[in-house]
Design a protein around this ligand. Sequence first.
Ligand code: 16G
Length: 245
Amino acid sequence: FSPDGFDETGAGPLYLQLHRRIAEAIGSGRLKPGDSLPPEREMAALTGLSRVTVRKGVEALVASGQLVQRRGSGTFVAPRVERLEQALSLLTSFTEDMERRGKTVESFWLARGLHAPAPEEVMALGLGAGDRVARLERVRTSDGVPLAIERASLPASILPDPEAVTRSLYAVLEDRGLRPVRAVQRISAANLGQRDADLLNVPQGVAGLRIERLSYLPSGKVVEFTRSLYRGDAYDFAVELKLAP
Ligand code: 16G
């Protein structure tokens, strides 16, 4: 950071000039993911810009996801994430999707157990009075990068022992002859709230994708009702379209 090159006249607002300069440093690798930026006061002194201008420039980079701010510890270059292209027409599991790409898969558990169902679970899973649900709630990571928060609900008649799932849910179901063969999936946009953003290690307010999957056995019985939040900066969903008949 230096005062050189900030131009009051022709090059646009000063905060955008700062924005451009930091973005270029990130783009060229002079600033690397995880590097910390000097505090606002210091940046203002180094560049000769006002603190208000520095703050505006930094805020714009936070909004575009290039910088992250952690309360109490400062401003950092955001971790870079490789975008994954995910086919939408195949009924695969997270573990299969990542292993096919040669990536390691890990989950950290938020919750795993049997519960009395919430009304939406009763509806989605077609439960009867007194039926219970197995809930699996976890953050899914690939090569150590958190990509999605998943909340799966299954009828206890399908998964009476949720703690049996330590890695792949679909592998456990497959072993028991209960692997779903069909699913309906809905995708919608969501801005991540503070808790979800923290779990996914992204700034609050960035775009996420909410995905809901209902999977079925050949008999038509529902196997899972899963609600997930995927990082919007990590996924491209791709689907093949055919001419309408
Ligand atoms: C995928 C599915 C999820 C399923 C999970 C099983 C989406 C949006 N979701 O993440 O519904 O429960 O795979 O993964 O694709 P696992 O076998 O690795 O536990």
